[in-house]
Design a protein around this ligand. Structure first.
Ligand SMILES: [Zn+2]
Length: 207
């Protein structure tokens, strides 16, 4: 899946949440208490949520050093890349280490919904009483990550059950990276984003 599709997809999801969530009155309190949702967000917070989602939408591919996220996070992630290489080399002698190395490879642990959800739960608990901006960034990034995993599910599959099983699962309907279908998806996401951003501005101007 192209980085552009992950960008447009994550923006479309986050913008739709900002535009439509305020109309959903009955979101249980335990949900809103746990995850920051753009229900009555100010325009700057709504923008922050959408931008965070856009960056979050690129994060899972940081497991490839030459990806957009990988290039920006190389300084932070070089120990991970190094550990992966060492595990894969040692894996030729000790088989279980090869599995661990593969788990750190592309579409491994970084593409596990369970791993990211667990990480999000821990960070949410840590920053529960923190600044609203921080909770907004965290929630936006999580939504972006989830949109990435959802899209990858349809283009090659992801290890849905990782870390318990690294086998990639994919639905019957899937498409190839850079295919005509992906271009269509991109155009649909751009159209949704524009409509939702227009709706957000319209609603805010009527307040
Ligand atoms: Zn990916």
């Amino acid at each position: 899946m192209m980085a552009l599709t992950h960008r447009t997809g994550s923006i479309a999801v986050a913008a739709a949440m900002v535009a439509l969530l305020p109309d959903l009155q009955k979101i249980p309190e335990y949900v809103t208490d746990f995850i920051w949702l753009p229900q009555a967000a100010s325009l700057p917070l709504a923008a922050c949520f959408i931008i965070s989602s856009c960056y979050g939408g690129l994060l899972p591919d940081a497991d490839i050093p030459h990806s957009t996220a990988g290039k920006h996070l190389r300084i932070l992630l070089w120990p991970l890349y190094l550990i992966k290489k060492v595990l894969l080399i040692l894996g030729h002698i000790i088989k279980p280490l090869k599995k661990a190395g593969t788990a750190l490879g592309h579409r491994g642990l970084f593409h596990s919904p369970l791993f990211h959800t667990l990480l999000f739960v821990i960070l949410s608990a840590l920053f529960h009483d923190s600044f609203e901006w921080l909770r907004c960034i965290l929630a936006g990034a999580y939504i972006g990550v989830m949109s990435h995993l959802f899209l990858d599910l349809f283009s090659g599959g992801i290890p849905l059950l990782a870390p318990f099983s690294m086998k990639r699962q994919r639905p019957a309907i899937s498409f190839k990276t850079g295919s005509f279908l992906e271009v269509i998806f991109n155009l649909v996401f751009i159209f949704i984003s524009v409509c939702m951003l227009y709706l957000i501005v319209l609603k805010k101007s009527m307040l």
